[in-house]
Ligand binder design. Sequence first.
Ligand code: WQD
Length: 326
Amino acid sequence: MTWLITGGAGYIGSHVVHEMAVRETVVVLDDLSTGRAERLPQDVPLVVGSVLDRELLDRVLTDHAVTGIVHIAGKKRVAESVERPLHYYRENVDGLRILLEAAAAAGVGRFLFSSSAAVYGMPDVDLVTEETPCRPLSPYGETKLAGEWMVAAAGQAYGMATASLRYFNVAGAASAELGDEGVFNLVPMVFERLTGNEAPRVFGNDYPTPDGTCVRDYVHVEDIASAHAAAARRLVRDPAARLVLNIGRGEGASVAEMIDIILDVTGRNDLAPVVEGRRAGDPARVVASVGAIGKELDWAARHDIRTMIESAWAGWCLRHGRPVSP
Ligand code: WQD
Protein backbone atom coordinates (compact mmCIF):
# COMPACT_ATOMS: atom_id res chain seq x y z
CA MET A 1 0.00 0.00 0.00
CA THR A 2 1.02 3.60 -0.63
CA TRP A 3 -0.93 6.12 1.43
CA LEU A 4 -1.49 9.75 0.53
CA ILE A 5 -1.95 11.74 3.74
CA THR A 6 -3.48 15.16 3.11
CA GLY A 7 -2.80 17.77 5.79
CA GLY A 8 0.16 15.64 6.86
CA ALA A 9 2.29 18.65 7.83
CA GLY A 10 -0.26 19.88 10.39
CA TYR A 11 -0.56 19.17 14.10
CA ILE A 12 -2.72 16.04 13.89
CA GLY A 13 -1.63 15.06 10.38
CA SER A 14 2.07 14.97 11.24
CA HIS A 15 1.39 12.63 14.15
CA VAL A 16 -0.50 10.31 11.78
CA VAL A 17 2.38 10.48 9.29
CA HIS A 18 4.98 9.61 11.95
CA GLU A 19 2.86 6.66 13.09
CA MET A 20 1.98 5.27 9.65
CA ALA A 21 5.36 5.84 7.98
CA VAL A 22 6.93 3.24 10.29
CA ARG A 23 5.24 0.40 8.39
CA GLU A 24 3.76 1.94 5.25
CA THR A 25 4.85 3.98 2.25
CA VAL A 26 3.53 7.49 2.78
CA VAL A 27 3.37 10.67 0.69
CA VAL A 28 2.04 13.97 2.06
CA LEU A 29 -0.02 16.66 0.35
CA ASP A 30 -0.26 19.91 2.33
CA ASP A 31 -0.80 23.53 1.28
CA LEU A 32 1.30 24.64 4.30
CA SER A 33 -1.37 27.19 5.27
CA THR A 34 -0.98 26.05 8.87
CA GLY A 35 1.35 23.06 8.44
CA ARG A 36 5.15 23.10 8.38
CA ALA A 37 7.46 20.88 6.32
CA GLU A 38 9.80 20.45 9.34
CA ARG A 39 7.14 18.35 11.04
CA LEU A 40 7.66 15.51 8.56
CA PRO A 41 10.14 12.65 8.84
CA GLN A 42 13.09 13.18 6.44
CA ASP A 43 12.20 10.33 4.09
CA VAL A 44 8.52 11.22 3.56
CA PRO A 45 7.93 13.16 0.33
CA LEU A 46 5.92 16.37 0.61
CA VAL A 47 3.86 17.76 -2.26
CA VAL A 48 2.91 21.39 -1.56
CA GLY A 49 -0.56 22.10 -2.89
CA SER A 50 -4.29 22.02 -2.30
CA VAL A 51 -6.90 19.28 -2.53
CA LEU A 52 -8.88 21.78 -4.64
CA ASP A 53 -6.31 21.33 -7.42
CA ARG A 54 -7.60 18.36 -9.43
CA GLU A 55 -4.69 18.31 -11.90
CA LEU A 56 -2.19 18.16 -9.07
CA LEU A 57 -4.18 15.37 -7.37
CA ASP A 58 -4.25 13.30 -10.58
CA ARG A 59 -0.50 13.72 -10.91
CA VAL A 60 0.27 12.79 -7.28
CA LEU A 61 -2.02 9.75 -7.29
CA THR A 62 -0.43 8.45 -10.50
CA ASP A 63 3.20 9.37 -9.84
CA HIS A 64 3.21 7.77 -6.39
CA ALA A 65 0.87 4.88 -7.32
CA VAL A 66 -1.35 5.76 -4.36
CA THR A 67 -3.65 2.95 -3.18
CA GLY A 68 -5.13 4.58 -0.06
CA ILE A 69 -5.90 8.09 1.16
CA VAL A 70 -6.05 9.54 4.67
CA HIS A 71 -7.76 12.92 4.33
CA ILE A 72 -6.87 15.18 7.25
CA ALA A 73 -6.46 18.53 5.44
CA GLY A 74 -9.20 20.97 6.33
CA LYS A 75 -10.28 24.04 8.25
CA LYS A 76 -11.13 23.38 11.89
CA ARG A 77 -11.94 26.56 13.77
CA VAL A 78 -15.56 26.61 14.86
CA ALA A 79 -15.82 30.38 15.43
CA GLU A 80 -14.11 31.17 12.11
CA SER A 81 -16.56 28.85 10.34
CA VAL A 82 -19.45 30.98 11.61
CA GLU A 83 -17.85 34.10 10.14
CA ARG A 84 -16.68 32.49 6.89
CA PRO A 85 -19.09 29.60 6.19
CA LEU A 86 -18.52 29.52 2.44
CA HIS A 87 -14.78 29.33 2.94
CA TYR A 88 -15.34 26.28 5.15
CA TYR A 89 -17.73 24.68 2.64
CA ARG A 90 -15.19 25.30 -0.12
CA GLU A 91 -12.16 23.95 1.72
CA ASN A 92 -13.84 21.09 3.57
CA VAL A 93 -16.66 20.02 1.25
CA ASP A 94 -15.52 21.05 -2.25
CA GLY A 95 -11.98 19.96 -1.37
CA LEU A 96 -13.22 16.54 -0.29
CA ARG A 97 -15.45 16.15 -3.36
CA ILE A 98 -12.57 16.91 -5.71
CA LEU A 99 -10.30 14.52 -3.81
CA LEU A 100 -12.93 11.74 -3.96
CA GLU A 101 -13.41 12.32 -7.70
CA ALA A 102 -9.67 12.02 -8.24
CA ALA A 103 -9.51 8.95 -5.98
CA ALA A 104 -12.34 7.23 -7.87
CA ALA A 105 -10.77 8.06 -11.25
CA ALA A 106 -7.41 6.67 -10.10
CA GLY A 107 -8.98 3.50 -8.65
CA VAL A 108 -7.90 4.22 -5.07
CA GLY A 109 -9.51 1.52 -2.94
CA ARG A 110 -9.19 2.86 0.64
CA PHE A 111 -10.33 6.21 2.05
CA LEU A 112 -10.06 7.42 5.64
CA PHE A 113 -11.64 10.75 6.62
CA SER A 114 -10.99 13.04 9.63
CA SER A 115 -14.31 13.88 11.15
CA SER A 116 -15.17 15.46 14.47
CA ALA A 117 -17.38 15.24 17.54
CA ALA A 118 -18.66 18.61 16.28
CA VAL A 119 -21.10 16.58 14.12
CA TYR A 120 -23.12 15.83 17.29
CA GLY A 121 -23.73 19.45 18.36
CA MET A 122 -25.25 19.41 21.87
CA PRO A 123 -25.81 15.70 22.54
CA ASP A 124 -28.21 15.08 25.38
CA VAL A 125 -26.71 11.76 26.49
CA ASP A 126 -24.13 10.62 29.00
CA LEU A 127 -21.99 8.83 26.41
CA VAL A 128 -22.23 9.75 22.73
CA THR A 129 -22.49 6.70 20.47
CA GLU A 130 -22.19 6.77 16.69
CA GLU A 131 -25.99 6.37 16.60
CA THR A 132 -26.60 9.53 18.65
CA PRO A 133 -28.38 11.96 16.28
CA CYS A 134 -26.05 14.38 14.50
CA ARG A 135 -27.19 17.99 14.86
CA PRO A 136 -24.13 20.14 14.18
CA LEU A 137 -24.27 23.68 15.55
CA SER A 138 -21.68 25.33 13.33
CA PRO A 139 -20.79 25.41 9.64
CA TYR A 140 -17.60 23.58 10.67
CA GLY A 141 -19.63 20.67 12.09
CA GLU A 142 -21.91 20.74 9.05
CA THR A 143 -18.98 20.41 6.67
CA LYS A 144 -17.72 17.38 8.61
CA LEU A 145 -21.13 15.70 8.56
CA ALA A 146 -21.62 16.44 4.85
CA GLY A 147 -18.11 15.06 4.34
CA GLU A 148 -18.99 11.79 6.07
CA TRP A 149 -22.05 11.39 3.85
CA MET A 150 -20.02 12.07 0.72
CA VAL A 151 -17.28 9.63 1.75
CA ALA A 152 -19.78 6.81 2.45
CA ALA A 153 -21.75 7.42 -0.76
CA ALA A 154 -18.62 7.58 -2.91
CA GLY A 155 -17.22 4.49 -1.22
CA GLN A 156 -20.41 2.60 -2.01
CA ALA A 157 -20.62 3.79 -5.61
CA TYR A 158 -16.95 3.45 -6.57
CA GLY A 159 -15.93 0.43 -4.52
CA MET A 160 -13.76 2.10 -1.88
CA ALA A 161 -13.47 0.90 1.72
CA THR A 162 -14.15 3.96 3.91
CA ALA A 163 -13.84 5.13 7.50
CA SER A 164 -14.84 8.43 9.09
CA LEU A 165 -13.15 9.00 12.43
CA ARG A 166 -14.86 11.42 14.80
CA TYR A 167 -12.19 13.02 16.97
CA PHE A 168 -13.19 14.30 20.39
CA ASN A 169 -10.95 16.93 22.11
CA VAL A 170 -7.40 16.38 20.90
CA ALA A 171 -4.43 17.47 23.04
CA GLY A 172 -0.77 16.62 23.71
CA ALA A 173 2.17 15.86 21.44
CA ALA A 174 4.40 12.88 20.66
CA SER A 175 7.43 15.16 20.98
CA ALA A 176 7.89 18.86 21.79
CA GLU A 177 8.61 19.59 18.10
CA LEU A 178 5.21 18.23 17.05
CA GLY A 179 3.11 20.27 19.50
CA ASP A 180 -0.03 22.19 18.55
CA GLU A 181 0.91 25.67 17.39
CA GLY A 182 -2.64 27.02 17.39
CA VAL A 183 -4.05 28.73 20.49
CA PHE A 184 -7.71 27.89 19.93
CA ASN A 185 -8.46 25.21 22.52
CA LEU A 186 -8.54 24.95 26.29
CA VAL A 187 -5.02 23.62 26.95
CA PRO A 188 -3.02 26.11 24.82
CA MET A 189 -5.37 28.95 25.82
CA VAL A 190 -4.59 28.30 29.49
CA PHE A 191 -0.85 28.07 28.71
CA GLU A 192 -1.06 31.46 27.03
CA ARG A 193 -2.70 33.04 30.07
CA LEU A 194 -0.13 31.53 32.44
CA THR A 195 2.77 32.65 30.26
CA GLY A 196 1.39 36.18 30.45
CA ASN A 197 1.06 35.87 34.27
CA GLU A 198 -2.72 35.97 33.96
CA ALA A 199 -5.26 33.73 35.64
CA PRO A 200 -6.83 31.07 33.40
CA ARG A 201 -10.45 31.70 32.46
CA VAL A 202 -13.35 29.30 33.03
CA PHE A 203 -16.15 29.96 30.58
CA GLY A 204 -19.12 29.26 32.84
CA ASN A 205 -19.50 27.29 36.10
CA ASP A 206 -23.29 26.99 36.11
CA TYR A 207 -23.63 24.00 33.78
CA PRO A 208 -25.54 20.89 34.91
CA THR A 209 -22.31 18.96 35.59
CA PRO A 210 -20.79 17.80 38.92
CA ASP A 211 -18.60 20.92 39.37
CA GLY A 212 -20.62 23.22 37.09
CA THR A 213 -17.96 23.44 34.36
CA CYS A 214 -18.15 21.80 30.93
CA VAL A 215 -17.06 18.19 30.55
CA ARG A 216 -15.17 16.92 27.50
CA ASP A 217 -13.38 13.76 26.36
CA TYR A 218 -9.72 14.73 25.91
CA VAL A 219 -7.65 12.32 23.84
CA HIS A 220 -3.90 12.32 23.20
CA VAL A 221 -2.91 13.07 19.60
CA GLU A 222 -0.64 9.98 19.66
CA ASP A 223 -3.74 7.90 20.39
CA ILE A 224 -5.52 9.63 17.50
CA ALA A 225 -2.58 8.60 15.30
CA SER A 226 -2.60 4.97 16.42
CA ALA A 227 -6.37 4.83 15.76
CA HIS A 228 -5.70 5.95 12.16
CA ALA A 229 -3.10 3.24 11.70
CA ALA A 230 -5.55 0.65 13.08
CA ALA A 231 -8.33 1.92 10.81
CA ALA A 232 -6.02 1.85 7.78
CA ARG A 233 -5.12 -1.79 8.51
CA ARG A 234 -8.81 -2.63 8.81
CA LEU A 235 -9.62 -1.01 5.45
CA VAL A 236 -6.89 -3.08 3.83
CA ARG A 237 -8.31 -6.31 5.31
CA ASP A 238 -11.91 -5.39 4.57
CA PRO A 239 -12.44 -3.82 1.11
CA ALA A 240 -16.18 -3.33 1.80
CA ALA A 241 -15.70 -1.55 5.16
CA ARG A 242 -18.00 1.39 5.79
CA LEU A 243 -16.95 2.61 9.25
CA VAL A 244 -17.97 5.64 11.31
CA LEU A 245 -16.19 5.64 14.68
CA ASN A 246 -15.67 7.91 17.68
CA ILE A 247 -12.08 8.40 18.84
CA GLY A 248 -11.95 9.32 22.50
CA ARG A 249 -11.06 7.89 25.89
CA GLY A 250 -14.65 7.33 26.96
CA GLU A 251 -14.02 9.41 30.10
CA GLY A 252 -14.96 12.96 30.83
CA ALA A 253 -12.84 15.70 32.42
CA SER A 254 -14.25 19.07 33.44
CA VAL A 255 -12.71 22.44 32.65
CA ALA A 256 -12.00 22.91 36.37
CA GLU A 257 -10.26 19.52 36.57
CA MET A 258 -8.22 20.26 33.45
CA ILE A 259 -7.10 23.64 34.77
CA ASP A 260 -6.13 22.06 38.12
CA ILE A 261 -3.81 19.60 36.35
CA ILE A 262 -2.43 22.34 34.08
CA LEU A 263 -1.59 24.54 37.09
CA ASP A 264 0.12 21.61 38.76
CA VAL A 265 2.13 20.59 35.67
CA THR A 266 3.22 24.18 34.98
CA GLY A 267 3.91 24.99 38.64
CA ARG A 268 1.52 27.95 38.56
CA ASN A 269 -0.79 27.17 41.46
CA ASP A 270 -0.47 30.85 42.36
CA LEU A 271 -2.80 31.74 39.45
CA ALA A 272 -6.25 30.59 40.58
CA PRO A 273 -8.76 30.42 37.70
CA VAL A 274 -11.36 33.16 37.27
CA VAL A 275 -14.92 32.37 36.26
CA GLU A 276 -16.32 34.27 33.30
CA GLY A 277 -19.66 34.00 31.48
CA ARG A 278 -20.58 31.04 29.30
CA ARG A 279 -19.18 30.93 25.77
CA ALA A 280 -21.97 30.78 23.18
CA GLY A 281 -22.70 27.32 21.81
CA ASP A 282 -20.79 25.26 24.40
CA PRO A 283 -22.51 21.96 25.25
CA ALA A 284 -22.36 20.96 28.95
CA ARG A 285 -21.00 17.49 28.33
CA VAL A 286 -19.56 15.67 25.30
CA VAL A 287 -17.98 12.30 26.10
CA ALA A 288 -17.50 9.46 23.64
CA SER A 289 -18.77 5.95 23.86
CA VAL A 290 -15.72 3.98 22.69
CA GLY A 291 -17.38 0.59 22.43
CA ALA A 292 -17.57 0.64 18.64
CA ILE A 293 -13.92 1.49 17.99
CA GLY A 294 -12.84 -1.09 20.58
CA LYS A 295 -14.88 -3.76 18.83
CA GLU A 296 -14.18 -2.78 15.21
CA LEU A 297 -10.48 -1.93 15.47
CA ASP A 298 -9.44 -3.58 18.73
CA TRP A 299 -8.19 -0.15 19.73
CA ALA A 300 -8.23 1.84 22.97
CA ALA A 301 -6.58 5.09 24.02
CA ARG A 302 -3.45 4.59 26.16
CA HIS A 303 -2.51 8.06 27.39
CA ASP A 304 -4.01 9.90 30.35
CA ILE A 305 -4.71 13.59 30.77
CA ARG A 306 -1.57 14.35 32.72
CA THR A 307 0.57 12.92 29.91
CA MET A 308 -1.33 15.04 27.39
CA ILE A 309 -0.76 18.20 29.40
CA GLU A 310 2.91 17.48 30.19
CA SER A 311 3.71 16.81 26.54
CA ALA A 312 1.75 19.86 25.36
CA TRP A 313 3.58 22.02 27.92
CA ALA A 314 6.98 20.74 26.74
CA GLY A 315 6.03 21.82 23.20
CA TRP A 316 4.79 25.20 24.39
CA CYS A 317 8.04 25.82 26.31
CA LEU A 318 10.15 24.82 23.31
CA ARG A 319 8.27 27.22 21.01
CA HIS A 320 8.42 30.05 23.51
CA GLY A 321 12.07 29.53 24.38
CA ARG A 322 11.51 28.92 28.06
CA PRO A 323 12.62 26.13 30.38
CA VAL A 324 10.06 23.45 31.16
CA SER A 325 8.95 24.20 34.73
CA PRO A 326 8.54 23.34 37.54
C1 WQD B 1 -13.21 23.03 25.86
C2 WQD B 1 -13.94 23.61 27.05
C3 WQD B 1 -14.71 25.88 26.79
C4 WQD B 1 -10.79 27.87 26.91
C5 WQD B 1 -13.81 22.49 19.88
C6 WQD B 1 -14.63 22.15 18.68
C7 WQD B 1 -14.52 20.69 18.40
C8 WQD B 1 -13.09 20.23 18.27
C9 WQD B 1 -12.29 20.68 19.45
C10 WQD B 1 -12.17 20.31 16.02
C11 WQD B 1 -15.18 24.42 26.68
C12 WQD B 1 -13.71 25.76 27.90
C13 WQD B 1 -11.81 26.95 26.87
C14 WQD B 1 -10.62 28.68 28.09
C15 WQD B 1 -12.53 27.58 29.07
N1 WQD B 1 -12.45 20.81 17.14
N2 WQD B 1 -12.67 26.80 27.93
N3 WQD B 1 -11.50 28.49 29.12
O1 WQD B 1 -15.28 23.74 22.28
O2 WQD B 1 -15.07 21.42 23.30
O3 WQD B 1 -14.37 21.80 20.99
O4 WQD B 1 -12.48 22.07 19.66
O5 WQD B 1 -12.43 19.34 15.46
O6 WQD B 1 -15.22 20.43 17.26
O7 WQD B 1 -15.97 22.49 18.94
O8 WQD B 1 -12.99 22.71 22.76
O9 WQD B 1 -10.88 23.38 23.80
O10 WQD B 1 -12.36 25.17 22.77
O11 WQD B 1 -13.08 24.07 24.88
O12 WQD B 1 -13.31 27.46 30.03
O13 WQD B 1 -9.74 29.55 28.19
O14 WQD B 1 -13.06 24.54 27.70
O15 WQD B 1 -15.72 26.78 27.09
O16 WQD B 1 -16.16 24.18 27.66
P1 WQD B 1 -14.55 22.47 22.39
P2 WQD B 1 -12.25 23.88 23.50
